[in-house]
Design a protein around this ligand. Structure first.
Ligand code: TXA
Ligand code: MG
Length: 310
């Protein structure tokens, strides 16, 4: 990584495709490997909250959340500190930076050993299903002619299974840009204030203090090749039914006992597992919206969204 290489590594949420966040060339290589639009900024990973003030302007609310929830699946969008040791590209040339401290012991060991701020998106091709095992990462970049990671660190299956919650604290009020591994309920309890969800793609927030919206809110994302249909009670011929809580007739069940944390761990691996013959579509049973259910429904809604021509 110090020499500019890409290294895939496990976090508690999903596998990341990491590179030196200070280096424009290394960060550019991430965008190339993923086929990611240059307008969609990356998350910078640090070992702990002590690294934050060098990178960003840290409001009191951010310090409070980091003190309780880091390391863990929470990303904070903050104003960049002038002179921060970060290339402009990692922020897509914007005034803010997203920072998180991952809890996975392999991620922690890597960050400590490298001694760098590490830019890392999920280690999948742009728009595809996020990887929760090292094999998923290898499969994503198998046919890319060598632009993928030089190394993949195998830390086994990711224990949370959905990406971090992205919270924007760069403006006046906290805004939830992406539901994820830390439930909104937890953030509201710690902030003692409501956390409003950011407007979806196209709506824009018009907040002059930061990016108008998180580019990650683009609608089709996290998508398997096959079409996905949600809140299904009646499966169609050719579809594979992905159940929740013991759905009858399910090919796979996210959590037979109805546990949302277990469902989050299984979501991406099961979407991959059903994205193959003999099935020509994936039908998903209804999933409750509380706790990690918000992140599950968010990812599934994007997986089911209309696809751009690829
Ligand atoms: O759990 C995770 O967050 C994983 C692991 C590897 O840490 N990473 C991840 O990265 O999910 P990625 O690139 O797949 O998603 C990052 C999200 C995107 O929606 C992006 O638009 C948003 O964070 N983001 C990054 N920087 C931002 C910024 N400065 N302002 C607003 N949104 C930002
Ligand atoms: Mg991603």
């Amino acid at each position: 990584m110090r020499a500019g290489a890409l290294v895939a590594f496990p976090t508690e949420t999903v596998y990341g495709l990491g590179a030196d966040a200070r280096s424009d060339a290394a960060v550019a290589a991430i965008y190339t490997a993923k086929g990611r639009p240059a307008t969609n900024p990356l998350i910078v990973h640090v070992a702990d909250a002590a690294a934050l003030p060098e990178l960003a302007v840290v409001p009191e609310a951010a310090a409070r959340l980091a003190a309780v929830l880091w390391p863990g699946p929470l990303t904070l969008v903050l104003r960049r500190r002038p002179g921060a040791p970060l290339c402009a590209r990692v922020s897509a040339d914007g005034p803010t930076v997203a920072v998180r401290s991952p809890a996975h012991p392999v991620a922690q060991a890597l960050l400590t050993a490298a001694g760098l701020p590490v830019a890392a998106p999920s280690a999948n091709r742009s728009g595809a299903v996020s990887p929760t095992t090292a094999d998923h990462v290898a499969a994503e970049f198998a046919a890319d002619g060598g632009s993928g990671p030089t190394l993949i660190l195998d830390g086994g299956p990711c224990p949370v299974g959905v990406e971090s919650t992205v919270l924007d604290l760069s403006g006046g009020r906290p805004r939830l840009l992406r539901p994820g591994g830390v439930p909104r309920e937890t953030l509201e309890a710690l902030l003692k204030a409501p956390v409003e969800a950011a407007a979806r793609e196209g709506a824009g927030s018009g907040d002059a203090a930061g990016p108008a919206r998180s580019p990650g809110l683009l609608s089709s994302h996290y998508a398997p090749r096959r079409p996905v249909r949600l809140n299904v009670t009646q499966v169609r011929p050719g579809e594979a039914l992905l159940g929740f809580g013991g759905t009858s007739g399910a090919v796979l069940d996210l959590s037979p006992g109805g546990d949302l944390d277990e469902a989050a761990r299984n979501l991406f691996a099961m979407l991959r597992a059903l994205d193959r013959p003999p099935y020509d579509g994936i039908a998903v049973a209804p999933i409750p919206g509380h706790g990690l259910g918000a992140a599950l429904n968010d990812r599934l809604t994007r997986a089911a969204a209309p696809r751009p021509a690829r």
